[in-house]
Write a protein that binds this ligand. Structure first.
Ligand SMILES: Nc1ncnc2c1ncn2[C@@H]1O[C@H](COP(=O)(O)OP(=O)(O)OP(=O)(O)O)[C@@H](O)[C@H]1O
Ligand SMILES: [Mg+2]
Length: 355
């Protein structure tokens, strides 16, 4: 397995669309690296450039020690798994797996050995003699993954491979892919626009926006300290509250009076927004200690939690995550209290994290 280096990648399509402005990635050997971002931010283009399916306009791509800019896909020694898995409909699972190896001209014994190994890893035993139409969507996707495995590539590139599966299957396959990646010690670049998938899978996540990398970090880092307002709004469900604040009397104060502890090293001469996760706030009875007045706009009951939307100081969409036992009706006058630590703070003009 090999690491992947992407340097100053820029891709302009013939019709003039700039899909990738400037992307730098340094993906470690054996790392499960996730590229996350909204539709159209350049994830697939970046991945296809790494695979050699799309030629970048400028920039360099290295796989291991090899500069692969001028190598065709077949010589880059990577395997790609797409959202739409293309299995040969007339072939049994076993032959679908063996096909790419036979095409490479590997000896029969080696083909058998690798097919068996991939079947074991992806638990395909009972499915080996079925044709694709006799398999469920999830099973087909497992076969597609196994087919990428048998080639023992230097790296795996996956473009939203689970998008077509239902929620339960997706969660299962996620576990499966993570397990497999660990067992093989495989370098894997995994593209998704689903932040839950990104958080649960990635060793590190790159958040892309409009062809640029906004942040690279571990799931914890990007959750705790989103590097920009874009990342703050993108990561988390529901996302972080972004509350306009002023520095007054050593505190960050929102218009309605909610006071937050300022992070150390905060410069005071700019227009600030504090980022506060819904779980760092609390809805209380009106007048409770350290609470400020608020009004319930709506309550979304999710079984194991309730997401309250409250109005505080003219901001109508402050989201608060509460246990399901705490019930307030819509329109109720309540208290709003900050419970969790120091918020992150952004400069409105640069949209970047300042402290
Ligand atoms: N062949 C092409 N010619 C022109 N523009 C293209 C081409 N392929 C992609 N684009 C444009 O490049 C931008 C990035 O596309 P890309 O497919 O990389 O996005 P993505 O992040 O994978 O999005 P999604 O999550 O929807 O798959 C988009 O604006 C898209 O319309
Ligand atoms: Mg895409």
């Amino acid at each position: 397995m090999a690491g992947i280096e992407v340097t100053a990648l820029h891709k302009r399509y013939p019709d003039g669309t700039v899909a990738v402005e400037q992307v730098d990635l340094s993906i470690g050997h054996g790392e499960l690296f996730v590229m996350l971002g909204p539709s159209g931010c350049g994830k697939t283009t970046t991945l296809r450039a790494i695979a050699g399916l799309e030629r970048q306009t400028t920039g360099d791509i290295r796989i291991g020690d090899t500069l692969v800019n001028d190598l065709p896909p077949a010589e880059r020694d990577i395997a790609m798994v797409f959202q739409f898995y293309a299995l040969y409909p007339h072939l049994k699972t076993r032959d679908n797996l063996a096909f790419p190896l036979r095409a490479e001209g590997l000896p029969k014994s080696e083909v058998l050995k690798r097919v068996d190994e991939a079947a074991r890893l992806m638990r395909l035993g009972p499915l080996m003699d079925r044709r694709p139409r006799q398999l469920s969507g999830g099973e087909q996707q497992r076969v597609a993954l196994a087919r990428a495995l048998v080639r023992r590539p230097r790296a795996f590139l996956m473009d939203e491979p689970l998008t077509n599966l239902d929620a339960e299957l997706r969660a299962d396959m996620r576990t499966e892919i993570k397990h497999l990646q660990g067992e093989l010690g495989a370098t894997m670049v995994y593209v998704t626009h689903d932040q839950v998938e990104a958080m649960s899978l990635g060793h590190r996540i790159a958040i892309l926006n409009k062809g640029r990398v906004e942040q690279i970090g571990t799931p914890l880092e990007v959750y705790d300290r989103p590097a920009s307002l874009f990342c703050a709004a993108f990561i988390g469900s529901p996302p972080m509250n972004l509350i306009e604040v002023e520095v007054a009397d050593g505190a960050l104060r929102a218009q309605g009076g909610l006071a937050l502890t300022p992070p150390p090293g905060l410069s005071r001469d700019c227009h600030l927004v504090a980022g506060v996760r819904p779980e760092a706030l609390e809805v209380t009875a009106p007048g409770a200690e350290r609470s400020v007045p608020a009004r319930v706009v709506s309550a979304e009951w999710l079984g194991d939690e309730i997401i309250y939307v409250v109005d505080h100081g003219g901001q109508h969409d402050v989201r608060v995550r509460m246990p399901p036992t705490v019930r307030f009706a819509a329109d109720a006058q309540v208290g709003l209290r900050h419970t969790g630590g120091t918020p992150v703070v952004y400069d409105v003009s640069t949209e970047e994290l300042v402290a």
